[in-house]
Design a protein around this ligand. Sequence first.
Ligand code: ATP
Ligand code: MG
Length: 412
Amino acid sequence: MQPKIYPVDEHKIAPDKIDTHAFYVIQKLRQAGHKAYLVGGGVRDLLLGACPKDFDVSTSAKPEEIKALFRNAILIGRRFRLAHIRFGKKVIEVSTFRSGATEEAGLIVRDNEWGSEEQDVLRRDFTINGLFYDPESQKVIDYVDGYPDLEKKILRTIGKPDIRFTQDPVRMIRLIKFCARFNFEIHHPTFEALLSCKGEILKSSQARIFEELLRMLESGSSKAFFHLLNEYGLLKALSQPMAVYLDRPNNVSLQLLSAIDDEVRKNVPLDRSFLLAALIFPLFQENVMERSKRETLHLGQIAEMAHRTIDQVFHPFFNIPRRMRGIMGFIMTAQFRLVPLDGKVRKPRPPRDPFFPHALHLLKLRASIDPTLLPHYTLWTEASFDAHELAELPPKRRRRKRRRRRGNEEPV
Ligand code: ATP
Ligand code: MG
């Protein structure tokens, strides 16, 4: 099939936006007689006038040939190898053209094979992600009608959507991610297939879905993403308790995600455990409030409840790493130390836990939604500042000033 070619005067890619290392990699591959293009999300973002976060190169060169050309290349992946070419902290991912788009329905379990440049785009997920860019001639090469879809702001699978979703259900999560991020419309047959295939999501790898969810929490569009994930019925399959909670009008989770999106857009660095803790804290808080009506709770019991809530929300599908689970539990429990259930304001004694600043940060976000929490946040921030100053003092003076730490047994 002949691709459509869009020359330099028909698209908006400014040559100075192309990463110089990606350009160098492409040139060097070509000088060695191979084909090489920029491909995927990088081309899409350049055409949208955005700054791509990574540049991927697709080439006819085989992994060993890439490795032989670049001293700074390492091959990754066991059966299907890619080259990572490192320039300081930056990595340019170079993959060999491969095939993989079949008409067969059902989960793809085997690896696909080397292919032509056309096959390499046909195996990709959405038309907007299936464009090549040749930085030398400055042409966009389009085998899949991705360019007009980008212009019309349409999300459409490459190939039949139901087959593409059952082959790799993670594509449904990716569809919602692009919908949330770009606010594009979903092409009707693709949308129908999303609704009919949503149950397939449980057949995919939990690790890949978990990674996509974390990336979305870090994306600056997390509110729209989780809202759509729930609206289109996928969240229910992945986490029933979270779906039930997000169905409530004015639920606090979506408000917290909106506050997080604002911070991400201001480049505030946010820890992944913190983001997950923020997502589920409002649901957890409701459980704690409910139980506290019947009995007096102390922090140890609240910590147990936090771990149980993490399990309920994420099991059986997700497997949260132990360390992450520990930090989430700490951040969620600490909220009841920062704002005790009995409402009494006690003299704050900031713990020296390294994750305490995350707990305080969550309180800050909660206070941006509920101003009655603001005095608590101010009090604890000032106390942490004092504690920090105290820690800087020489040990002798510090000992005199420090008071005995409170245990976990005190009612809150
Ligand atoms: P982001 O901006 O979030 O990185 P992206 O589209 O670049 O989005 P990547 O995970 O970096 O996503 O993938 C790079 C490219 O690989 C995609 O643009 C797409 O062409 C292809 N791709 C990624 N995941 C899939 C998939 N599940 N099925 C088919 N093609 C995929
Ligand atoms: Mg990418």
